[in-house]
Design a protein. Structure first.
Length: 403
């Protein structure tokens, strides 16, 4: 009985005018606090701390960076520069979750030496693109015996799938990175496969690079006892994001043997618009054997009359070489973290930048090329300068502040 009377007394108190007034007074204040925590627009400050200009720099904003915005669908976010002009932006699913939900927003900007720029991010309708917006693209090419091909507005590549191993016409067992030399900013791989005449230059470029069983332009392997061990052709692929600014995909390889141990590999490749170099993240894992650290080696195919430069302190290997069929000159390069460099080695087919043995997953590096007839980079000196600045920019990314 006493408990019942107490409950009645408490309920009566809750109905007093004083308490109602206090609740009504507190409610707007709570709403103001909530509104302050959830914004309709945020400001991004981006700083180039280096003393040289940087073109086509990709700015990455994670979902955490954008958490203050009320809109959580990254496909509905819009980027504007300080003049109010809307910039091309892309949502990226970097973790390939079950729902393929984007977890990153990217856009690009050019920076003068030491320049600071500001951008605003706000919500609106879902972004829509036109074909002309796309400057990066890639796909699995089943009709060409399981190739995977990708490109941006500067370069193009392909690598080989398992169907090529058993093709009766021209079988090839290789996990090399092939080069397609293009001299147009237009995306060409679909058209080149359709016409099936890409070994002849019809004005847009050509496949004049014979990657064969080499490492080609930046494929990797495991260096052990003075020998390179590599996987065969990839057996599966998945695309994580596909333009207009970045193409990113993964290739899965069957385990291969390294001194009696089985090693599996998943290779993630991303290529941004305006870049001569791809970002490679390779996930090697022991499926059997001991747990000793693995020494990853990144290769560039050997070519007659090449000019090779290795800079261990800068973490880079560059080559300037003749293109086959007398089709000009090209530069190839590998860029790594200088702290990871162990040595420069070679085998019969490749120059190999060998990294210190480690259990670090993934191993991250950049590799790519430039063709002089594309008109962007036409000399060995210009190629070395580009690679030097690219490497320095990786060590000093654009500094981002979110408000």
């Amino acid at each position: 009985m006493k408990i019942g009377l107490l409950v009645v007394a408490v309920l009566t108190m809750l109905q007093t005018p004083q308490l109602q007034t206090a609740i009504e007074t507190a409610a707007p204040a709570q709403m103001e606090i909530t509104a302050a925590l959830v914004q309709t627009e945020i400001t991004i400050t981006a700083v180039n701390k280096l003393n040289f200009a940087r073109q086509n720099e990709t700015i990455e904003l994670t979902a955490k960076d954008l958490a203050a915005l009320a809109e959580k669908d990254l496909n509905k976010l819009h980027v504007r520069d300080s003049s109010g002009k809307e910039l091309l932006a892309q949502s990226v699913d970097s973790d390939y979750d079950d729902y393929h939900k984007p977890d990153m927003l990217i856009f690009q900007a050019d920076f003068k030496p030491g320049e600071t720029k500001t951008f605003t991010i706000s919500a609106g309708k879902k972004r829509e693109y036109t074909k002309e917006d796309f400057r990066a693209y890639g796909r699995f090419v089943r009709e060409r015996f399981d190739d995977f091909a990708w490109e941006n507005d500067r370069i193009a590549h392909r690598t080989y799938g398992k169907a090529l191993i058993t093709w009766k016409g021209e079988p090839l067992t290789s996990s090399a990175i092939d080069i397609w030399s293009k001299r147009t900013p237009r995306l060409v791989i679909n058209d080149w496969y359709m016409v099936d005449n890409y070994h002849n230059d019809m004005g847009e470029g050509v496949d004049a690079y014979s990657a064969g069983p080499t490492r080609g332009c930046g494929a990797s392997g495991i260096w052990a006892n003075g020998q390179l061990f590599v996987p065969k052709n990839f057996v599966d692929s998945r695309v994580l994001t596909n333009g207009p600014i970045r193409v990113m995909f993964e290739l899965i390889y069957e385990p291969f043997e390294v001194n009696g141990a089985l090693i599996s590999q998943v290779l993630r490749v991303s290529l941004d618009a305006g870049s001569q170099l791809n970002h490679f993240e390779t996930f090697y894992r022991r499926e059997s054997g001991n747990n000793e650290p693995l020494a990853v080696a990144i290769g560039l195919k050997k070519v007659k009359d090449e000019e090779k430069q290795f800079n261990a302190a800068g973490g880079r290997l560059t080559i300037w070489e003749p293109v086959e069929k007398n089709l000009g000159m090209q530069g190839l390069a590998v860029v790594v973290n200088p702290k990871d460099v162990d040595q420069l080695a070679e085998d019969k087919l490749n120059h190999l930048l060998v990294l210190k043995p480690a259990n670090t997953i993934p191993v991250s590096y950049w590799a790519g090329f430039a063709w002089d007839r594309a008109g962007q980079i036409t000399t060995a000196k210009a190629w070395d300068t580009y690679v030097d600045q690219f490497a320095e920019a990786r060590r000093s990314p654009i500094a981002i502040t979110v408000k």
